[in-house]
Design a protein around this ligand. Structure first.
Ligand code: HEC
Length: 151
């Protein structure tokens, strides 16, 4: 009986570990070896994101996701275009924070697709396929924005 209890606890723990979300680093390391597409990202976005963020990321009940204006203007919101310094972190954020309409996590391939579409909305990406290499190589407009204040 005790043996079965231990067996159960072991499987339960292993299962828990396997679902742990690994942090994607700013240089793109730990990104999965899968890929996604812009068209799939657009489809998912319209279905699961537009009701809060607006059809083109302009913001509705949730913050806008598109914008290139300088952050010097105090009234401007922080968006992917003007704030996020590293593209792989968008993948990390969406994978962690967002769920589909059934409250399930998105697959890694879907997260790639969503990330591609968010970048497209910000005019930062325009290829149909996105993968680890392509996402890691995108240079975000605010890449150097976090260093400027250190003096
Ligand atoms: C139920 C409403 C809702 C839905 C649906 C939703 N979001 Fe959000 N989202 C929010 C809110 C609210 C925030 C702000 C959270 C915060 O600042 O902590 C947010 C924040 C974000 C941010 C961070 C914005 C920034 O620059 O700080 C991103 C990126 C994002 N959402 C993407 C998505 C994507 C992609 C989807 C669809 C898969 C989605 N959201 C679906 C409500 C929503």
């Amino acid at each position: 009986m005790f043996f079965f209890f231990i067996l159960f606890v072991t499987f339960f723990c292993l299962d828990g570990f396997s679902k742990e979300i690994i942090t994607i680093e700013i240089d793109g390391s730990n990104l999965p070896d899968e890929s996604g597409t812009l068209s799939k990202g657009k489809e998912i976005y319209s279905k699961s994101c537009s009701k809060c963020h607006g059809y083109s990321g302009e913001g509705l009940i949730a913050p806008e996701l598109v914008g290139r204006s300088s952050l010097d203007d105090k009234n401007i919101s922080k968006t992917i275009g003007n704030f996020w310094p590293y593209a792989p972190k968008i993948f990390d954020y969406v994978r962690r924070a967002k769920r589909n309409d059934n409250e399930e996590f998105f697959s890694d391939s879907d997260v790639y697709s969503i990330t591609a579409f968010l970048l497209k909305l910000n005019n930062l990406y325009d290829e149909e396929v996105i993968d680890k290499d392509k996402l890691s190589n995108i240079k975000m407009p605010n890449r150097n924005g976090f260093i400027l204040n250190h003096h």
